[in-house]
Design a protein. Structure first.
Length: 550
């Protein structure tokens, strides 16, 4: 019976692989599929270059530590690999478009095959591939310095890699469980945001208080070193170091502890996957809310003189979308937090860029604000999902719908710029009149250009936003690649304008350049907006198929 079960599982996995391959081949028959493949190749090439560079650097560091007789210091290399492996998929989901494996449960897939599919797709995650490449570099570095340690290092780091893979899948499985309901989603977003901000504050705080508390920092560092030796990266380094010193029992014990960590993680993961396999279905709607739905009265929409009703209705809808999204609201606070982070170093000799040139605070903060809006601008209909069908049957023209969305984005940008201006004035110094005008002129160029390309990508490469699942909260990889190119062009032209102004000592040179570019970008935006109706009708089937799919 065991042999029959193995053959059955193998047939199921082969069927899944065949289906995925056929989907990939059929996607290449469309222009979008071909462009998606090109963007995936480009992003993969960039990440591969970074992975090979990281593997070489980590391998050189491993060689040096082992050659110097200090293999315990390998922990300094394994901890960054561990942190990257766990946090990169969370912070860069645009590069991590994962398969929704829960959809496979509608087919007769046994539990073992389901878990194996999750792990296989997890192993193909960019963070896992890069982490595996870096661990390979460390193994080669150790092997060159001490060939006797090579095989043992490969075994230890292989188990360490398996632990990282299981931990990532466990975190994703449980976080997706929490993100499935709005209340826990908001709580998780707040906690995650606070963690990221706290992490950003570590560097400035340490650089500010290091001269006054060096002894305390050394004492804390010693205690942290004891703790890290009890965790998987420290245990892996200790196992290799013990084997280098011919201490077999200690080496095996450290490896056993890593295996124990992995067993615990696997057990916690199996609890979550078992619930999914048994058909758990979470809902944000309670019976009370369903009962009260019919009692609510219809409220009149917003009405602003001079703005048509369809545009105003879309504007109001987008406002409610953003105001009820905790993660999005926290994102809008990020520019101010980053200014606070930079402000910690104010007054110190040799401070950062904004300490030496505070006039750049307003343009840098404004550019960062626009960058944070790209997830919205380049995927206008992602949050609408199946609601895109109502846009096509409504009497409103599609240019009015997109114009309402763009007006909401511009309103958010203007509000953010005002807050950034106040923040710069309080933390550094009040931006000069010339710098303020030059920055506004630069944004008059950059904003219409981003809106123009964003409107096109929203029609040609839409992607449904699923806030409850990692890897499906951002735009497609093609959109990511194009947005990167647009931002490079915008930053290059902006830097050129401010460099010329600084060289000639006249900010009005930058203002004149930006105003000229703004005239061009506004003309491009007007031209694209005028063709949106025809484009939307031609792309109707693609929009509905992509945004309405389960």
């Amino acid at each position: 019976m065991a042999g029959v079960s193995v053959l059955h599982s193998r047939a199921q996995l082969q069927a899944i692989a065949q289906v995925r391959w056929e989907i990939f081949l059929h996607s290449l028959r469309t222009t979008r599929g071909t462009l998606e493949l090109f963007s995936r190749i480009m992003i993969t090439a960039i990440m591969t270059a970074g992975g090979l560079g990281g593997a070489f650097g980590l391998g050189a560091g491993a060689w040096y530590f082992v050659a110097q007789g200090e293999p315990e210091l390998l922990a300094a290399l394994l901890w960054p690999v561990f942190m990257f492996w766990q946090f990169f998929p969370v912070m860069a989901t645009a590069f991590n478009e994962t398969l929704d494996t829960s959809n496979l449960l509608r087919f007769p897939l046994n539990y073992q095959s389901y878990v194996l599919v999750r792990l296989v797709y997890g192993a193909l995650d960019p963070a896992a591939l890069l982490g595996g490449l870096w661990l390979t570099g460390i193994s080669i570095g150790v092997g060159i310095a001490n060939p006797r340690l090579f095989l043992w290092t490969v075994a230890v780091l292989a188990i360490f890699a398996l632990f990282n893979l299981l931990l990532t899948q466990m975190v994703f499985a449980w976080v997706e469980r929490w993100l499935a309901q709005r209340r826990t989603r908001e709580i998780f977003a707040v906690l995650f945001f606070l963690f990221i901000i706290s992490f950003q504050l570590i560097g400035p705080l340490m650089s500010r208080f290091r001269p006054h508390s060096s002894s305390s920092m050394m004492r804390v560092g010693g205690e942290v070193n004891i703790i890290q030796r009890m965790l998987p990266p420290g245990l892996a380094a200790h196992s290799i170091a013990s084997m280098a010193n011919s201490r077999w029992p200690a080496s095996l014990l450290s490896l056993a502890f890593i295996g124990g960590y992995g067993a615990v993680i696997l057990r916690v993961l199996s609890i979550r996957l078992g619930a999914q396999y048994r058909g758990e279905n979470l809902s944000e709607v309670s019976k009370d809310s369903l009962a009260k739905t019919g009692e609510e009265q219809v409220r009149a929409g917003w009405d602003i003189r001079g703005v048509s009703a369809p545009i105003m209705a879309v504007f109001e809808k987008e406002f409610h979308y953003l105001s009820r999204s905790g993660p999005m609201l926290l994102t809008f606070v990020t520019p101010i937090i980053m200014l606070v982070v930079f402000g910690f170093g104010q007054g110190r000799p040799g401070g950062g860029l904004l300490q030496r040139m505070p006039d750049l605070g307003f343009p840098i903060g404004s550019a960062y604000t626009l960058l944070l809006l790209t997830n919205l601008v380049y995927n206008n209909f992602g949050a609408d999902g199946g609601g895109i069908q109502f846009f096509f049957v409504s009497p409103a023209r599609f240019r009015q719908i997109i114009l309402g969305k763009n007006l909401m984005h511009v309103a958010v940008l203007v509000l953010e710029m005002a807050v950034v201006w106040i923040g710069v004035a309080l933390l550094f110094r009040r931006p000069s009149f010339g710098m303020t005008v030059a920055t506004i002129a630069g944004m008059l160029f950059a904003t219409p250009l981003n809106l123009s390309i964003g409107n096109l990508m929203s029609l040609y490469s839409p992607k449904r936003i699923e806030s409850g699942t990692f890897g499906r909260q951002r735009a497609s990889q093609l959109t990511v690649l194009i947005s990167f190119g647009v931002q490079i062009v915008v930053v290059a032209l902006g830097a050129t304008g401010f460099t010329l102004a600084r060289y000639y000592g006249d900010l009005w040179i930058a203002t004149g350049l930006f105003v000229s570019l703004a005239a061009v970008s506004i003309a491009i935006y007007t031209m694209i907006l005028g063709r949106v109706d025809a484009l939307a009708q031609r792309r109707r089937e693609v929009l509905e198929a992509e945004l309405c799919k389960a």
